[in-house]
Design a protein. Structure first.
Length: 265
């Protein structure tokens, strides 16, 4: 009986901590949006320069690794679909299968996981380091709201740049699939890409973009909220960084499953 009560107590505490974390993230989101809308009236505007600096760090600096990963994913999908559909004599469906799987699913998902590991962890580590060194308290003392200064620029930059990176990854992945699949299908890469563009619909691309916006909000809020709640010095920063990446990837996969269920019925 004691063991059962201990398990229930641990489960209850974990549930309360999870709900508290969700509430904290929601509060950060609301305050960030509030500063963007009315911050200039209170003398606390979200600085455009800070947003652009975050956009460079989150998006522009991630272009090379995103291109490499998307190219590999595109080639891998080309290999798999050519091999699988050839067994059924349906090689002609390789083009549409690759195009829709990339734009609807893999482009947004792989890009979000990459950004979570790269930028989500950086957000948690940067804000966590400021928290343990009391720099956040110093900002509040001199009249600078930490949410406006640290959270809002990262949130808006992530919401802008992750969809851009997703479109970029889609294009590179389709190009990579064309390099492998076009010779196997006895067509030129140009014809392959032209057929891909003819078969894709705005809804295919829009589905991936809608996912990427949700993923961007999840990554940024998890990284920011985890950073603000750091305690325990340098060891706490390390734990927070790991937790931010793990939680971001878990929430991304769950959100992707929900999206796929409702958008593909």
């Amino acid at each position: 009986m004691t063991a059962v009560l201990a398990i229930l107590e641990s489960f209850g505490r974990a549930t309360i901590r999870s709900l508290a974390g969700i509430g904290h993230a929601a509060m950060l989101f609301g305050e960030s949006v509030g500063f963007a809308i009315t911050g200039w009236r209170r003398g606390q505007p979200v600085r455009v320069a800070s947003v652009f600096a975050q956009m460079r760090q989150i998006g522009v600096d991630a272009l090379p690794i995103t291109a490499l990963l998307a190219l590999v994913i595109g080639i891998m999908l080309g290999i798999q679909f050519v091999a699988a559909l050839s067994e059924f004599g349906a090689q002609s469906q390789v083009v549409i299968a690759v195009a829709k799987s990339v734009t609807r699913e893999f482009g947004a998902l792989i890009t979000a996981i990459l950004v979570a590991g790269r930028s989500g962890s950086a957000l948690a580590a940067r804000i966590g380091s400021m928290s343990v060194s009391q720099e956040i308290d110093a900002l509040a003392v001199i009249g600078i709201d930490p949410v406006r200064y640290l959270a809002a620029p990262a949130l808006f930059a992530m919401a802008i740049m992750l969809p851009v990176l997703t479109v970029f990854a889609d294009a590179i992945a389709i190009l990579g699939a064309a390099f492998y699949s076009a010779p196997a299908l006895d067509v030129s890469p140009t014809a392959y890409i032209a057929q891909t563009l003819a078969l894709l619909t705005p809804g295919d691309i829009g589905q991936g973009l809608a996912k990427s916006v949700v993923f961007a909000v999840l990554i940024s809020l998890i990284g920011i909220s985890t950073g603000f709640s750091v305690s325990g010095g340098a060891e706490g920063v390390g734990r927070a960084t790991t937790r931010a990446v793990v939680l971001s990837i878990c929430y991304i996969i769950v959100a992707d499953m929900v999206f796929s269920f409702f958008l593909n019925r």
